[in-house]
Design a protein around this ligand. Structure first.
Ligand SMILES: Nc1ncnc2c1ncn2[C@@H]1O[C@H](COP(=O)(O)OP(=O)(O)OP(=O)(O)O)[C@@H](O)[C@H]1O
Ligand SMILES: [Mg+2]
Length: 305
């Protein structure tokens, strides 16, 4: 099912939280709603879920206005978690499955499979409040996926997770997208999710600042960065490349912006002639660098009043 937000605006009193934001989520395409704290991500998700009614704009599912009946079938993980602290882990997931109309045997079977997948199976009988923060987060995710929803909306599913849990959640989300689910998740950790998202919508101060396919957006700048880990402080060799800009030079790590026409291997050879190169890589700009470049005009506008 194709999910679309069309020019949605929302304000809390005179604080504008969303200003004509539009986005599309295509089934099977993992889509990230990205932006800094206060950008409007949670507000947009609440509009999607019908918790907030937008002043202007609409939310469409396969081209029709979305109704409460549609939304009841969705899987939603809110940013503020809502679990019963005293309830055992397994019962918690079964309970949410039953709320979505599953029979007890079905809910139990799916709860077991999901907790296995999210590496919580050994906590089945533990009270929820005995879990660590990251574990409770994975449990919350399990409660929103237990009814195998076709539309999945997750608010900050990665915050508070360790690197192993991030990798395992990424696998879970990719797998849901591969089976054709419509999947939107938000994150303020742009670089953490840049390899996971296929499409992104970046918001800042309630406005869309950048949107499209991640690989395309990163390549479109024409910027390539050469990262060098050197064992020398000698930088005189750089004078041979007047068009190359130094982005960062900290400790032994040098990061260079290579404009088109500059051959990365020639720069690498010059560096190697000056001293040992321990590590190197040719990289595209990160999503946070794209955000900073794209958001600057918005901040200037905000500053100008
Ligand atoms: N209940 C509320 N009452 C008044 N203002 C609100 C309310 N909820 C959010 N806001 C304001 O709306 C703006 C957007 O907030 P929102 O929670 O959507 O941001 P966010 O992108 O989800 O941020 P975060 O990364 O911190 O979760 C902020 O300026 C915030 O102060
Ligand atoms: Mg939020």
């Amino acid at each position: 099912m194709r999910l679309a937000v069309r020019e949605v605006s929302y304000a809390f009193g005179d604080r504008v939280a969303l200003d004509e934001v539009s986005l599309d989520v295509t089934p099977g395409v993992l889509t990230g709603l990205l932006g800094p704290n206060g950008a409007g991500k949670t507000t947009l998700m609440r509009v999607l879920l019908g918790v907030l009614r937008p002043a202007r704009g609409e939310v469409l599912l396969d081209g029709r206005p979305v109704g409460d009946e549609d939304r009841r079938r969705w899987g939603y993980m809110p940013q503020e978690r809502g679990l019963y602290p005293g309830m055992p882990v397994g019962d918690q997931v079964i309970h949410f499955g039953r709320l979505h109309g599953l029979s007890r045997p079905d809910a139990t079977r799916r709860a077991r499979a999901l907790l296995e997948e999210l590496e919580l199976a050994d906590r089945w009988s533990d009270r929820t409040d005995k879990l660590s923060g990251g574990m409770q987060q994975r449990l919350q995710l399990a409660t929103s996926l237990v009814h195998e929803p076709q539309v999945i909306v997750l608010d900050e599913p990665f915050s508070g997770l360790d690197p192993v849990a991030v990798a395992s959640l990424s696998t879970t989300l990719r797998q849901r997208a591969r089976t054709g689910c419509t999947l939107l998740f938000s994150s303020h950790q742009l670089d953490l999710v840049q390899d996971l998202c296929e499409e992104i919508v970046m918001v800042d101060h309630g406005r869309t600042v950048l949107q499209g396919e991640v690989a395309q957006l990163r390549a479109a700048t024409g910027q390539r960065q050469l990262r060098l880990h050197l064992r020398t402080r000698d930088r005189a060799w750089l004078h041979g490349f007047p068009a190359v800009r130094v982005i960062a030079d900290e400790a032994d790590d040098l990061r260079l912006d290579l404009p088109t026409g500059v051959e990365p291997l020639e720069v690498l050879d010059a560096a190697r002639a000056a001293g040992p190169v321990i590590d190197f890589g040719l990289e595209l700009p990160t999503l946070s660098q794209l955000f900073l470049a794209a958001a600057l005009p918005t901040h200037e506008r905000a500053g100008a009043g």
